[in-house]
Write a protein that binds this ligand. Structure first.
Ligand SMILES: O=C(O)CCC(=O)C(=O)O
Length: 266
């Protein structure tokens, strides 16, 4: 009771300093809070992901994170080179089909264009350098990586949420699995085109509309890279790795994806 009395007396300062001053101060506090929250909301969601670096240097708590980011580690010229070599070979992106699925009944799920290029095919040596860096940060040998899938999303194009691993119960027996995915953003995107993780941090919503653009959204920025794992060390699927690409609203999105398998990729 005593404490209560003291608190209420301090809040009654309006009687001494006058209501107009109290009103002005309250308005100032409200405005400051309002603009601070707008500023925080406008921050890139990737800020909450730990920095991607040599994994031996990760703090214990960061090791538990399912995804991490590297900011601006690839030069704009290198990004441009990759786009230039991919540009003339683009074809509509395809999907691995589950039992019962056909190209027709899955139309619209993945609407980007893309092409596969291995580091050996790139005479400029750019993909070779990037592949070396990927092997270093993931500590998984290059022989486990598939060829780069270079993707272009134009306005309105997207990839609905999906897993990169192929659950044998849905896709049949698999020789190996995509255990990790490394995405290198080759362009900024004016609006939209975020990589989204609807179930980030095990925040699983079974009623989720898998076509929605929700959850943790990573805004593409040229030269940034995103790494996430789809399998736990015991080989089971991490549900948090559900991800997709929100539709591009303005601009064009280019991204180089490297899928890394749990076995040598032939
Ligand atoms: O484009 C993206 O941001 C995500 C790409 C993706 O999900 C994939 O290639 O599996």
């Amino acid at each position: 009771m005593k404490v209560k009395g003291r608190v209420s007396s301090s809040w009654n300062c309006g009687r001494h300093v006058g209501l107009p001053l109290v009103f002005i101060l309250c308005s100032l506090f409200f405005a400051a809070g309002f603009f601070a929250s707008l500023f925080l909301l406008s921050q890139d969601a990737s800020m909450s992901l730990p920095e991607l670096r040599d994994r031996t240097l990760l703090e214990e708590e960061e090791e538990e994170s399912f995804a991490s980011m590297a900011h601006g580690r690839t030069e704009p010229e290198q990004c441009q080179t990759i786009i230039r070599i991919a540009k003339n070979n683009l074809e509509p992106s395809t999907l691995m089909l589950r039992k019962g699925e056909t190209a027709e009944n899955t139309k619209g799920i993945r609407t980007s264009s893309g092409t596969f290029i291995s580091a050996a095919e790139d005479k400029t040596g750019t993909l070779d350098l990037i592949e070396q860096k990927i092997a270093k940060v993931t500590m998984i040998p290059r022989s486990h990586g598939e060829a780069f899938n270079i993707l272009r999303y134009q306005r309105g194009q997207k990839y609905d949420s999906h897993y990169d691993v192929f659950n044998p119960a849905e896709y049949g027996p698999q020789k190996s699995q995509r255990m990790a995915s490394f995405l290198l953003y080759l362009t900024d995107v004016e609006e939209g085109g975020e990589t989204m993780f609807p179930f980030e941090d095990d925040n699983v919503d079974v009623g989720y509309d898998y076509k929605g653009c929700i959850g943790l959204k990573v805004k593409p920025k040229q030269g940034d890279a995103l790494l996430f794992y789809s399998l736990f060390p015991n080989g089971t699927i991490d549900v948090s790795s559900l991800h997709g690409s929100c539709p591009v609203i303005n601009g064009e999105k280019w991204v180089a994806t490297k899928w890394i398998r749990d076995q040598i990729d032939n």
